[in-house]
Design a protein around this ligand. Structure first.
Ligand code: ATP
Ligand code: MG
Length: 554
């Protein structure tokens, strides 16, 4: 298809040569197909019976996960429309922290149903208008059926954390870990004038290989994966006064080659003495501030270590910047960049700083910090890969607990809310005039994908499950869903599978907005030919991802 115009036989070059363009149905079809492939690729990971994915990056590093966002991040998607679906997962993760797989699966189904309407010559604008009506009604339904919970009883906080971890590799330890997650989140939550303020980043998550996840613990303070630099320094300091430095405790080398002419042995001595004096002055400055612990973001010279050891000061070097910031917040200290300006006012405080041996390594625990809202979850899975997946699962669990603290309303899971929305939308469609009605119905059908996917992944017969659920919802059973562990259709509020309202609302928002955005595109102008071969017609699951970069017919 040419992207340039012929005027009176003379071609006018509007776009650079090599520019590819596709328009109308062709563009819509390519975009929708690419987006659907992304949906297909995460589908089998949904729910407690979902499978995990093994992802190998270009360095050969392996990640095993069932987390929607991680799968898509690692897949290195090239196609622009497919990338928009990756953005759905990101948006969902940033806003709600969980529900990334559901959001992508629903977005993909909305597009599949949208495409069927396009094939019936219904204009994209009409579909988008219908989807907008449906989105609003769906959100309204969720608000209406959500159950308010009393946060003073922590059981629902624990239940949402358990549900979120039930679909992960760590499911065996979900109750144990949920307990830690809830305690951690409540420890950092602040209530001001009846309103909660809570930030997931206030919970530090560290990992160290151990015997089993059962050893995972909650520490009332911070843990940093660093040891005390010198064997002669104290390993346990009570009533710690902590200097936080982001300056090197070393003499910096000159940037240029410099020459020093030394003529007599005395001069060498004087020169070395001078260096030693400077290093000693650094140690003295720390001691004078009253610090008994130094945590430095940069290096510490052997000589400085020696002087500090003599004064009984413990030191840690090359701490991570993020740890430094957390330490400053937790100990109420100030990070000092110029050692000359260090005073007692800058020091942070903690009841105890102690180096402990964890597995084969040494880590430093900073406990009883001045600011009590600092906690660490120390993950002790049996392998680094297990630890990484646990960290991701704990992140999701921390997020759902936060979501529930901020908006204390829950929904039961197992696709009960999706089917209730679907029922309401089918009824509502009758009141919508014009062809938009068909789009509202399509939206209602698309939501059923959650039931079919959960059932398929559990090896159940999706059509039977869906049939039974539809009829139960028609009869007014709002919480009828599919409990996949037992394989039974039942009242999910009795199965103890609960999720925060916030997560479900965000799934509907992220999924429908992405679908509408992709449907709205009817012209794709790509400035360069993409090198990858065109996508096979109809996609081709995960195997086809590598070829998705090809915007085929532009
Ligand atoms: N025992 C259960 N029976 C039925 N459905 C369940 C059960 N436990 C959880 N679910 C459902 O599983 C879905 C969540 O699955 P999963 O955690 O794999 O995906 P996600 O939360 O959408 O995305 P991700 O966790 O990857 O960000 C929710 O719809 C939840 O209701
Ligand atoms: Mg989840």
């Amino acid at each position: 298809m040419s992207s340039n115009i012929q005027a009176g036989g003379v071609p006018i070059l509007v776009m650079k040569e090599g520019t590819n363009r596709s328009r109308g149905r062709e563009a819509q079809h390519t975009n929708i197909t690419a987006a659907k492939i992304v949906g297909e690729s995460v589908r089998s990971a949904l729910g407690p019976k979902g499978m995990d994915k093994m992802l190998v990056d270009s360095f050969g590093d392996v990640t095993i996960t069932s987390d929607g966002r991680t799968i898509l991040d690692e897949m290195d998607v090239q196609n622009p429309a497919a990338k928009m679906m990756v953005e759905v997962a990101k948006a969902q993760d940033n806003e709600a922290g969980d529900g990334t797989t559901s959001a992508v699966v629903i977005a993909s189904e909305l597009l599949a149903k949208g495409e069927a309407l396009l094939d019936k010559n219904i204009h994209a604008t009409v579909i988008i208008d219908g989807y907008k009506i449906a989105q609003e009604k769906a959100l309204e339904t969720l608000e209406r059926i959500a159950l308010p919970v009393d946060l003073s009883k922590q059981d629902y906080l624990k239940k949402v954390a358990i549900t979120s971890m039930a679909s992960k590799l760590v499911a065996e330890y979900k109750e144990y870990l949920a307990d830690i997650v809830v305690k951690a989140m409540l420890a950092v939550a602040e209530k001001e004038k009846g309103v909660y303020k809570v930030d997931v980043d206030d919970v530090l998550v560290e990992k160290k290989t151990g015997e089993s996840l059962k050893e995972t613990s909650l520490i009332n303070g911070l843990v940093i994966d660093k040891e005390i630099v010198h064997s002669g320094m104290p390993k346990r300091i009570e009533n710690a006064k902590i200097a936080l430095l982001d300056a090197a405790l070393e003499i910096e080398k000159t940037e240029f080659d410099s020459k020093l002419s030394i003529e007599t042995p005395d001069q060498i001595e004087a020169f070395l003495d001078q260096e030693e004096l400077m290093l000693k002055a650094m140690a003295d400055k720390i001691v004078a501030s009253g610090a008994n612990v130094v945590i430095c973001q940069k290096g510490i010279d052997d000589m400085v270590q020696h002087f500090l050891t003599k004064k009984g000061v413990a030191a840690i070097r090359r701490a991570k910047k993020s740890d430094m910031e957390r330490l400053a917040k937790a100990t109420c200290g100030t990070i000092v960049s110029n050692i000359e300006s260090l005073t007692s006012k800058d020091l942070g405080e903690a009841a105890l700083v102690e180096e402990r041996k964890i597995a084969e390594d040494k880590m430093t625990f900073i406990e009883g910090c001045k600011h009590p809202k600092a906690v660490t979850i120390l993950i002790r899975g049996s392998s680094p890969r297990m630890n990484s997946e646990t960290e991701r699962s704990i992140h999701d669990a921390l997020c759902v607990v936060r979501d529930l603290i901020l908006e204390p309303k829950i929904l039961a899971g197992g696709s009960a809310p999706e089917l209730e929305m679907s029922k309401v939308l089918r009824m509502h469609a009758e009141k919508v005039s014009g062809r938009e009605q068909l789009a509202v119905k399509a939206f209602a059908e698309a939501l059923e994908v959650l039931t079919t996917t959960l059932s398929e992944n559990a090896g159940l017969e999706p059509i039977d499950v869906l049939g039974e659920l539809r009829s139960r919802h028609e009869k007014g059973e709002t919480w009828a869903g599919i409990e996949v562990l037992s394989g039974k259709v039942q009242d999910m509020s009795k199965a103890g599978v609960f999720e925060p309202l916030t997560v479900k609302k965000q799934i509907i928002k992220s999924a429908s907005e992405a679908a509408m955005m992709i449907l709205r595109i009817d012209d794709v102008i790509a400035s360069q030919k993409m090198k990858t071969p065109p996508m096979p017609p109809g996609g081709g699951g995960m195997g086809g991802m590598g070829g998705m970069g090809g915007m085929g017919g532009y």
